[in-house]
Write a protein that binds this ligand. Structure first.
Ligand code: ZN
Length: 89
């Protein structure tokens, strides 16, 4: 079985939102050679992958995705527990 392509990884990001401002993470996916990255089809070296938030331009690393999802859940749960409405922009 071959490694996932960049497009495959990009699809994994689909629907994810920035933990800070709920901005959408949108492609194209950013990547560069990095030993701590992931195997990508078509690249000899492992690639460090990230995608930018369309709002704050924060570059979210693929490696941080589990953290991102947990952080988002905590963030929005705290907001609702405090009776606060998420800020609409
Ligand atoms: Zn953002």
């Amino acid at each position: 079985m071959s490694d996932p392509t960049l497009q495959d990884y990009e699809a994994m990001y689909a629907g994810l939102l920035c933990a800070w401002d709920r901005g959408e993470l949108r492609g194209p996916i950013n990547h560069y050679n990095h030993e701590g990255g992931v195997a990508v089809s078509g690249f000899e070296m492992r690639q460090w992958l990230s995608m930018q938030c369309v709002k704050c331009r924060y570059d979210w690393s693929l490696r941080k995705l589990p953290y991102l999802q947990e952080a988002m859940q905590r963030y929005w749960q705290e907001l609702s527990e405090n009776g606060l409405n998420p800020k609409e922009t």
